[in-house]
Structure formats: structure tokens, C-alpha cells
Design a protein around this ligand. Structure first.
Ligand code: THU
Length: 150
């Protein structure tokens, strides 16, 4: 696991905690915030934004990731991503967010509250056997290999 200093860890958790104050959560009332440190040293934060049509809502981790890509461009990579909740209870990224983190941070370390306080796991630990490539069968019979992040 890449070196994560206590200072960076604390900073990202604090930023994630600040970010959940902006959460739009009239349905779940579950405020979530997230903070990303990119491989380039930039920081992006996000909160969950819900919708009356429930599946339309966006988790905090994906909000932060979409902000990162939108502001930095498609090559941006997540180095660390922290998740915090106002309820201050254990909360790990959902499956959809894990797949999104994998796409933009194949080496990312996720910081989240577990049963014994904040802990870190690599995205590979949280999403073993991730879907990262497939083969596209073209009309002319040729095959094209498609890989995540390529
Ligand atoms: N949520 C997040 O934003 N991140 C997580 O890691 C877990 C769940 C949001 C989605 C929804 O707005 C609310 O929490 C309840 O599921």
C-alpha cells in the first residue's frame, strides 16, 4: 500500500467531513462526503446528491470523481479517496462507487470508517476481480481488446 502519512490521512478525512455539509439528502437523511487526493497532488471533494427518482442520485465518491475528471481531464488519477458520514458510523463505498474508483484509480487507497475507526484498503481489496477489460467483436469478424483507462 502506498505511503499515507497521518497528516494527509487527517486532512482528507477533515475535507470529507466538511463536504458532507453540502449533501442533498431529503430522502435518506444520510450525509456523505468524500475527498480525493490525485496522483498529481490536487484535491477534489464531493457529497451525495439525491433525487426523487431514487436511482438518479449520486454518491459522494462519484460526485468527487466526476468533479476531478471534469476539472483535471481524463488522465486524472485518484491516489487516495476518503469517505465520511455525518452520522459518524462505518460506511464503505457502494459497488458502483468501487467500480468508478477502480476506473480512475486502479492503485487507489480508500480511507473509510470501519468497525474500529478509520481504516485503509486498496481498491483491489475492496473490488477483487474487478471488471477492467473486454473484447469487442466487430462486424467484420475482427476482435478489439478494450481495457479500462486505456
Ligand atoms: N452513499 C454515498 O454517498 N456513499 C457511500 O459510500 C454510501 C452511500 C449515499 C447514497 C445515498 O444518497 C445515501 O448515501 C443512502 O444510501
Amino acid at each position: 500500500m502506498p505511503e499515507l502519512t497521518p497528516e494527509v490521512r487527517e486532512k482528507l478525512i477533515t475535507l470529507a467531513q466538511q463536504a458532507f455539509e453540502n449533501a442533498y439528502v431529503p430522502y435518506s437523511k444520510f450525509h456523505v462526503g468524500s475527498a480525493i487526493l490525485t496522483e498529481d497532488g490536487d484535491i477534489f471533494t464531493g457529497c451525495n446528491v439525491e433525487n426523487i427518482a431514487y436511482p438518479v442520485g449520486c454518491c459522494a465518491e462519484r460526485t468527487a470523481t466526476v468533479k476531478m475528471v471534469s476539472e483535471k481531464g481524463p488522465q486524472a488519477k485518484i491516489k487516495y479517496i476518503a469517505v465520511a458520514t455525518k452520522a459518524d458510523i462505518p460506511c464503505t463505498p457502494c459497488g458502483m462507487c468501487r467500480q468508478t474508483i477502480q476506473e480512475f484509480g486502479p492503485n487507489a487507497v480508500v480511507i473509510y470508517k470501519g468497525d474500529k475507526g478509520y481504516e485503509e484498503r486498496t481498491i483491489s481489496q475492496l473490488l477483487p476481480g474487478a471488471f477492467t477489460d473486454f473484447v469487442s467483436l466487430e462486424d467484420d469478424g475482427t476482435h478489439t481488446s478494450i481495457q479500462s483507462g486505456a
